[in-house]
Design a protein around this ligand. Structure first.
Ligand code: ARG
Length: 465
């Protein structure tokens, strides 16, 4: 980064050059250069539109387009010298363009301001980022749907309050994760609609007197439409807040999945084995295999929540239209994109490599009286009011606790002490297989139902555009 240049962009009005500290303090090029591709694409579209409406000569337009493409190649080869004195990505690229092609470069900014330019760049950037994130979510979703199909018959304890509640199938649990992430996917698709409108043409804040064809520029950049109000166009950052909010919810989901993976891979649960390549050891304790990847994903929700609050706070009370505060939108936004992408990638690769320990899950479901509700339902079906059935089964459970046995391990005579309505068919009801198979309604945990839900999930994925 060369700091020797002074900013000439607004030199006309100023009698002294910018203080070196102030130049560094206000510069954003260190982070906004990430949007160089979007900035160049936006400029090319703007130049083409200016030529089409006769504001720019065709020769100038061609020189600008070629010059910008060469600059893009320079940047990609790592040969571009970014200058903090030129403040941001926009002025760095424009200055270099003028250096390369002379006066035509100075005509590019006709009918445009950095205010509509930067807002356009961020939207183009975020649109691409959302598409990339959506691809990762789909990859993770398809891994979950496949694993769910394989594990449709695997019985595990279902929990409430982290206490064994009722048996469920592992496939059912995986499809619960699927539903959470499917909503996240849909939220991002919806958010993208509000990202995909074009600020260009709003200029500094009021629009411009040049006869711009904003619809044409929007078409060149694949935007659905130009923003309807110039003041709103340069100052709106709702789309970034919305993206951060959708990301925070997504990260919340990933952190919940992460927490379960951490628990399940512990010696106390021992429901799954995480592949070694996703874990690390301890420098002191030789026996350790730590679930670092899920733990890190669980921890990273904090920074995304922080970015959401940063963006909300940044926008709060800002008067119309553009204010320099808005420059603070980029770092939270970029880090949100990076974090979400990294976490999704980690899980998209981890989930298909998960090794479920079916025997341990089954054993765990056998402990904790997971079929007590089934016994209460059994009595209720025989006419006992459910509240009374609940009381009867509670007593049987207490006997089980005192004698360290599950209900299914008691003899028929013993069970009949609690209710003479209990008959031999109770053992079908008390079995884990019978319990899950009974829950065969839509959204239930029965293996057949899970297989059907997993098939529907895969069909939904296959139909996505
Ligand atoms: N770097 C600035 C930003 O990110 C670009 C727009 C600057 N506009 C201005 N009038 N100072 O917001």
């Amino acid at each position: 980064m060369s700091d020797t240049q002074t900013n000439q962009t607004w030199g006309g009005r100023f009698t002294e050059s910018t203080d070196a500290f102030v130049a560094a303090f206000t510069a954003s090029v260190d982070f906004d250069r990430r949007m160089y591709r979007q900035d160049i694409n936006g400029s090319i579209a703007h130049a083409r539109m200016l030529a089409r409406v006769g504001v720019l000569s065709l020769d100038d337009c061609e020189a600008i387009v070629r010059g910008l493409e060469e600059i893009r190649a320079e940047i990609e080869r790592g040969e571009f010298t970014w200058s903090a004195a030129l403040e941001d990505v926009h002025m760095n690229i424009e200055a270099r363009l003028t250096e390369r092609i002379g006066d035509a470069g100075k005509r590019l900014h006709t009918g445009r301001s950095r205010n509509d330019q930067v807002a356009t760049d961020i939207r183009l950037y975020l649109r691409d980022a959302i598409d990339a994130i959506d691809d990762e979510i789909r990859r993770l979703l398809s891994g979950l749907a496949e694993l769910a199909t394989r594990e449709a018959d695997t019985i595990m304890p279902g929990f409430t309050h982290l206490q064994v509640a009722q048996p469920v199938t592992f496939g059912h649990h995986l499809l619960a994760w699927f539903e959470m992430l499917k909503r996240d996917y849909e939220r991002l698709i919806d958010c993208r609609k509000r990202v995909n409108v074009m600020p260009l043409g709003a200029a500094a804040l009021a629009g411009t007197g040049y006869p711009l064809d904003r619809h044409y520029t929007a078409q060149l950049l694949d935007f659905a439409a130009p923003c309807a109000n110039s003041l709103d166009a340069v100052s709106d950052r709702d789309f970034a807040i919305e993206f951060a909010a959708a990301s925070a919810i997504l990260m919340t989901h990933l952190s919940r999945m992460a927490e379960e993976l951490v628990l399940w891979s512990s010696a106390q649960f021992d429901f799954v084995d995480l592949p070694d390549r996703f874990c690390t050891g301890s420098s002191i304790m030789p026996q350790k295999k730590n679930p670092d990847v899920p733990e890190l994903v669980r921890g990273k929700v904090g920074r995304v929540n922080g970015h959401l609050i940063a963006l909300l706070t940044l926008m709060k009370s800002q008067p119309l239209a553009y204010n320099k505060d808005n420059q603070e939108d980029k770092e939270p936004l970029f880090d949100t994109v990076d974090t979400v992408q990294g976490c999704l990638r980690a899980f998209a690769e981890l989930i298909p490599a998960l090794h479920p320990k079916r025997g341990n899950m089954l054993q765990a479901a056998r402990r904790g009286f997971a079929t007590a509700t089934d016994l209460a339902d059994y009595l209720a079906r025989k006419g006992v009011p459910f509240r009374d059935a609940h009381e009867i089964v509670g007593k049987a459970v207490r006997r089980g606790i005192e004698t360290s046995r599950d209900l299914v391990d008691m003899t028929l005579d013993e069970l009949r002490e609690f209710s003479p309505l209990i008959e031999f068919d109770v053992f079908e009801v008390l079995s884990l297989e019978g319990s899950v198979a009974a829950r065969k309604g839509v959204g239930g945990t029965a293996p057949d139902q899970v297989r059907e839900a997993a098939t529907a999930a895969r069909a939904w994925l296959a139909e996505l555009p």
